[in-house]
Design a protein around this ligand. Structure first.
Ligand SMILES: Cc1ncc(COP(=O)(O)O)c(C=O)c1O
Length: 347
């Protein structure tokens, strides 16, 4: 099967496996693992922050950040379809006691006016407050869309003025940085904390980083222990992260180019693809326009040997390009999907 379901499908390359095999390791909990320490230093600099913490997943990084920026009963402001809102099992409520004030965004984004409305106190009680803003870049549920830097600057500046801490769920931040030709640090520096995932486009088997000020990351260490996420010879996987930062960042533009070629090929063959939506490594197909339900469309594609996946939108499915999808796979997907879905070229 041509696996376009998600960029989490990547398997470590030969080069990455060699880096894993050669990894220097130590006791991470004692901060003695040289590979973890090296990765954390690299990530802090990359993300425009003083320090970083290695964690098993991006979900854990997000949850620790939200907890650090709030007190139980506070309000988290985030876009309605953000990963922290819809895919983390109510973690903000379960772990931090946060209520969510969800903003209906456009392409995953919103402006200062929407933020102003969201931080308005909902009661006359002086001590119920919106304490944390979370943005997502790229925004998964919008099809890998990017935030323009000036919008990030405006929204985070307003948040700060109103006393909110700002967190960036940058699970795919490097896709955004590559696509918008912006240094990751120029994006990351606007936030109090930044999550980066290693196991998506970067191709690692697992791992994520949370970056922030030295003081914030010191507090994050405690949360890491508390959540049971403190590890031992974790350099075995951190070495894959260092390898990925050396070898798999610039090549994200290949994934983006392949997504664009796939989108154009499908569009030319009559499939309902909005080309303007394709900014990074996601291609969204509005199969409702073909008279198909999501499950039917996915089953037909699977039968034809092409794996796509569902989105939160009932009639939209998506293809995601990644390290394990080459040009040949794209050519075959362009050839197979239109017939499987019964596309007709408009005349
Ligand atoms: C935007 C975003 N944030 C966070 C995550 C969580 O990543 P993990 O599976 O490493 O917990 C994902 C995973 O798909 C994601 O897309």
């Amino acid at each position: 099967m041509i696996d376009l379901r998600s960029d989490t499908a990547t398997r470590p390359t030969e080069g990455m496996r060699a880096a894993i095999a050669a990894a220097a390791v130590g006791d991470e909990q004692r901060r003695e693992d040289p590979s973890v320490n090296a990765l954390q230093e690299r990530a802090a600099e990359l993300l425009g922050q003083e320090a970083a913490l290695f964690l098993p997943t991006a979900t854990l990084a997000n949850q620790i950040a939200l907890k650090l920026h709030s007190r139980p009963g506070d309000v988290l402001v985030a876009e309605r379809h953000a990963h922290v809102v819809i895919y983390e099992y109510g973690g903000p409520a379960a772990h931090a006691g946060l209520m969510v004030e969800a903003i209906t965004g456009r392409h995953g984004r919103f402006g200062v006016d929407a933020l102003a409305a969201a931080v308005e106190p909902s009661t006359k009680s002086a001590d119920q407050r919106a304490s944390v803003l979370a943005l997502e870049n790229t925004h998964n549920s919008s099809g890998g869309r990017c935030w323009p830097l000036e919008e990030i600057e405006a929204v985070t500046a307003a948040a700060r003025e109103w006393g909110l801490r700002a967190h960036l769920d940058g699970a795919r931040l490097l896709n955004a940085a590559v696509a918008t030709r912006t240094a990751p640090s120029a994006i990351g520096r606007h936030f109090d904390t930044v999550t980066l995932c290693l196991s998506k486009g970067l191709g690692c088997p697992l791992g994520a980083l949370l970056a922030g000020s030295a003081e914030t990351i010191e507090r994050a260490w405690r949360e890491k222990h508390l959540f049971g996420g403190a590890m031992r010879q974790a350099g075995i996987v951190a070495a894959a992260g260092v390898y990925a930062l050396d070898h798999h960042v610039d090549r994200l533009s290949d994934d983006h180019a392949r997504a664009r070629r796939l989108a154009e090929g499908w569009h030319a063959a009559g499939l309902p693809v909005d080309l303007d939506q394709v900014e990074t490594n996601f291609v969204q197909l509005g199969v409702g326009a073909l008279g198909l339900g999501r499950d039917e469309a996915l089953a037909r594609l699977r039968e034809a040997g092409v794996g796509l996946s569902s989105t939160i939108h009932p009639s939209v499915i998506r293809a995601v390009t990644h390290l394990d999808v080459d040009d040949d796979a794209i050519d075959r997907a362009i050839a197979l999907a239109p017939e499987a879905l019964g596309a007709r070229v408009a005349v």
